[in-house]
Design a protein around this ligand. Sequence first.
Ligand code: FES
Length: 171
Amino acid sequence: MQEDTVDSDADRRSFLTRLSVGLAGLIGAVISLPPIGYVLSPLVRKPPRKWRDVGSLEQFPMGETKLVQFQDASSTAWAGDTAKTGAWLRRTGESEFIAFSVNCRHLGCPVRWIKDAKLFMCPCHGGVYYQDGEVAAGPPPEALARYPVRVVDGNVEIETSPIPLTTNDVA
Ligand code: FES
């Protein structure tokens, strides 16, 4: 009789131990899923792309290369000034434009258009690009990225995408 009670106590203890471990594991999984999802979501989420109005056609004289600013497609509501990005926009025809990314293909520093030299220069490590965006000198591994451009109702629009540092970043 006493042996039955001991067995029953051991069974109950064993059951409760397994139940506690199981519940702790379940609670741990429920608590850790949201942070894991947050950390891994950029790997599966497609980067956002949006068309941004950068000005009317008249603001861009033929052949000139002008700096335009617009809001990054992936910016958050609280990003403030950090949400701003830019492009060097050149008008090449009545409704044709080229929008070069301002970000150097080496490490992303903003490049400057030097009108007289017809070159884009990067201040960080001496990267130089020809006027068509191809690399002229320095460490940049490839040409400046370009954004798609369109004209809608007399306004020029640029399709934004995450800051491109490699060829794969801009489709
Ligand atoms: S970031 Fe432009 S040359 Fe290094």
